[in-house]
Design a protein around this ligand. Structure first.
Ligand SMILES: [Zn+2]
Length: 425
């Protein structure tokens, strides 16, 4: 492999990515707009034409923003790599700090800072233009800024020590550093999964044990039926930021938690909440959480191996616009280049992740239908689709590529079949 050849491969795959993203986005826009004048028959009783049109405009607005985001991030990637941005940063930081660990950490931190700064106006626009226009934004600019500062502080506090550890391993652990690095990564992921609900999430939201006793009784009966032990059922003040409603499962082992957004509890009836919870319990009972964690471990094993192999090839650096150092270690530069460029090469795997996720969703729906009322789950889903302005008519190809959840119509059709009593022939 020569540097020039690698440059061309990179450019070709990048062009394929961008072309595919624009094609999928424009398919989605056309598909949704063409169907925006009539509510699908399946939903005609529950969803008004007005709500259906709102979902269409919301979907289109989000797609347009995603297109702008794709354009900007592509330009930034090219500026940093082939146009010499990263080389410039390396030269400047190297002249100032030398080429030790501090230099490598500073390089990574500067690139993260640049990428975040470019992303900031887009996030602002998403929150205060798009979400605002459709009545979903509940954030004040002050809260937006506080969130941003907290997130940066968290990434510095967690990310920099982890990176320092990995870079040190690269330097001292020999050719198999990546195996040790992988063990560190797995341990870190497990720790974060356990700590997230108890330490990190409370930095952003308030969690209160569910107080509604009637609902709590229903929930405890369901937990008993499904043989489930958890340290708690909580309500989260999601309404501080957004009107979107949701429910999720978090934590691992005895630190598991069930979290309902207050916005969801406001709108769903107790049997519907029970059905949504049964779906979430399905994810845990069917070991989806564990499977995903293990799959993540397997993927990071391959990723770290790829990094360890690529960082020893001069064409990897030169092909992406950086001259490797001859007198010092290139670990930091390699990590930064790799993290910037890897998504370009893995984007085509997105449908695989979506496929796996959709299979889990169907399985969790089936679990919910067995342990709670399928009719209540259908009612809850329709309310959630309507209230969140999620389109009921997504483009099938766009959905296959991106969506972690199956389209509403297919999910509900399956649930209706589960609801129908078995016929004896
Ligand atoms: Zn689910």
């Amino acid at each position: 492999m020569t540097a020039a050849l690698f440059t061309w491969i990179f450019l070709a795959v990048l062009a394929l990515n961008v072309g595919l993203k624009y094609w999928l986005a424009s398919r989605q826009v056309h598909y949704v707009l063409q169907r925006s004048d009539a509510v699908p028959e399946q939903f005609a009783d529950q969803v008004s034409l007005e709500a259906h049109r709102k979902a269409a405009s919301y979907t289109v607005a989000k797609q347009r923003l995603a297109m702008i985001e794709t354009g900007l991030s592509t330009v930034l990637l090219l500026l940093l790599t082939l146009c010499g941005g990263l080389q410039l940063l390396c030269d400047a930081l190297g002249a100032w700090l030398g080429h030790g660990l501090l230099f490598q950490l500073a390089l990574a931190a500067s690139v993260v800072l640049i990428v975040s700064l470019v992303d900031l106006p887009i996030e602002w626009h998403r929150q205060f233009r798009v979400e605002q226009a459709f009545g979903f934004n509940r954030m004040t600019p002050a809260l937006f800024l506080a969130d941003t500062v907290k997130s940066i502080a968290l990434s510095v506090a967690i990310g920099l020590p982890l990176l320092a550890l990995i870079l040190t391993l690269m330097q001292v652990a020999g050719p198999y550093w990546w195996m040790y690095g992988w063990l560190v990564w797995c341990g870190f992921t497990l720790l974060l999964t356990v700590l997230f609900p108890i330490v990190i999430a409370p930095l952003f939201n308030r969690f209160t044990p569910l107080a509604d006793s009637e609902l709590l009784q229903r929930i405890q009966a369901l937990l008993g039926r499904t043989g489930f032990h958890t340290s708690g059922v909580y309500t989260m003040d999601g309404s501080r930021r957004s009107a979107h409603g949701n429910a999720y499962f978090t934590g691992l082992g005895s630190a598991k938690r069930i979290v309902f957004f207050d916005t969801l509890l406001e709108r769903l009836q107790p049997p519907e909440i029970e059905a949504v919870l049964a779906h979430e319990l399905g994810h845990f009972r069917l070991r989806h959480v564990r499977k995903r964690l293990l799959l993540g471990f397997a993927a990071s094993f391959l990723v770290l191996f790829a990094l360890s192999w690529l960082m020893q090839r001069a064409w990897f650096y030169q092909g992406l616009g950086v001259q490797p150092l001859l007198q010092a270690r290139n670990d930091g530069v390699a990590v930064v280049l790799f993290v910037l460029v890897m998504p370009v090469f893995t984007f085509l795997l997105a449908p695989l992740a979506s496929l796996l996720s959709r299979r889990h969703e169907f399985a969790a729906d089936e679990f919910a239908a067995r342990h709670a009322s399928p009719g209540a789950l259908i009612a809850a889903l329709i309310k959630l689709y309507k209230d969140n302005a999620t389109t009921l008519t997504p483009d099938p190809i766009h959905s296959t590529f991106y969506n972690s959840h199956p389209p509403a119509s297919i999910r509900i059709e399956r649930l209706l079949r589960l609801q129908a009593p078995a016929t004896v022939s």
